[in-house]
Ligand binder design. Structure first.
Ligand code: SF4
Ligand code: SF4
Length: 137
């Protein structure tokens, strides 16, 4: 199995450094991968990244919710969305995203398509080549 970063990820980067096998890689938003991704072949399912995410974006693969119920106000981050998000990441650097939408309280969202998006990043996206190329958001 693996853990999966879902589209509740807004590139805060808090999870990356705690991974003992260094398998959390930043996507490159310009290439259509606007969040962080976990290599399913390398993840050892230790769970260390889960409490580090202030947005509750990381789940074991078999617990990714098909009907996530929004608290209200959180952002979802996906290719095709056009909302603007600005914040400061875990390292004090600016995050600017143009691929977001703010969720309404009680709205339900299927996060399971993010399982394939995670593995796609390593098969058809930048994968590990992006590891050190994105030191900003
Ligand atoms: S800590 Fe959460 S929001 Fe930040 S990069 Fe990791 S998964 Fe994304
Ligand atoms: S579960 Fe453990 S090995 Fe897998 S991505 Fe998170 S910190 Fe890394």
């Amino acid at each position: 199995m693996t853990h999966v970063i879902t589209s509740l990820c807004v590139r805060d980067r808090g999870c990356i450094e705690v991974c003992p096998v260094e398998c959390i890689i930043p996507g490159q938003a310009a290439d259509g991968f606007p969040m962080m991704y976990i290599d399913p072949d390398t993840c050892i399912d230790c769970g260390a990244c889960v409490p580090e995410c202030p947005f509750g974006a990381i789940y074991p693969e078999d617990e990714v919710p098909a009907a996530y119920t929004a608290k209200g106000g959180e952002f979802i981050n996906k290719v095709g969305l056009t909302g603007h998000y600005e914040a400061t990441n875990h390292h004090g650097k600016a995050i600017v995203l143009e691929t977001t939408r703010q969720l309404a309280a009680g709205e339900t969202v299927d996060l399971t398509p993010d399982i394939k998006a995670n593995s796609d990043f390593f098969t058809s996206g930048s994968g590990y080549a992006a590891k050190d190329s994105d030191q900003g958001s």
